[in-house]
Design a protein around this ligand. Structure first.
Ligand SMILES: [Zn+2]
Length: 134
């Protein structure tokens, strides 16, 4: 099995749902469910914790077009509720659901690429005596 891996940019691997180390294996087991490890290189995906990062990006950016559509329909045409439900509702699903998977893949690949992890408290190590004191 290969032991050295050249770094692959997260945009190359994560957006396609590929393993951040080998670029061949898959990250996902379902739509958003993570595999426990890469089926090609065996990388343990236990480090991956994007939490609600993908949803944050969707809320901040991907839902803007559907909100603008809903407001525009209301202001321009005084659209009744059933029009909002039949037009804005599906449009919102179409713009908010599909970006979740590539965003989650990109965040997981970025965690691996940049070695991002939760902060830890490190106890100070005892000061080693310098060689001149011996
Ligand atoms: Zn892999």
């Amino acid at each position: 099995m290969q032991t050295e891996w050249s770094p692959i940019p997260p945009t190359t691997t994560g957006l396609r749902g590929r393993c951040p180390r080998c670029g061949q294996g898959h990250i996902f087991n379902g739509f958003l469910k993570m595999r426990p490890e890469c089926e090609v290189c065996g990388l343990d995906y236990g480090f991956a914790d994007p939490a609600d990062g993908p949803a944050f990006f969707v809320i901040c950016f991907a839902c803007v077009p559907s909100v603008l559509l809903g407001v525009w329909l209301e202001v321009q045409y005084s659209a009744p509720l059933w029009v909002q439900l039949l037009v804005t509702g599906p449009f919102m699903l179409a713009t908010c659901i599909p970006p979740l998977r590539p965003l989650k893949g990109w965040l997981v690949a970025s965690q691996y690429f940049y070695k991002a992890e939760e902060g830890k408290l490190v106890s100070p190590s005892p000061i080693a005596p310098s060689s001149s004191e011996r």
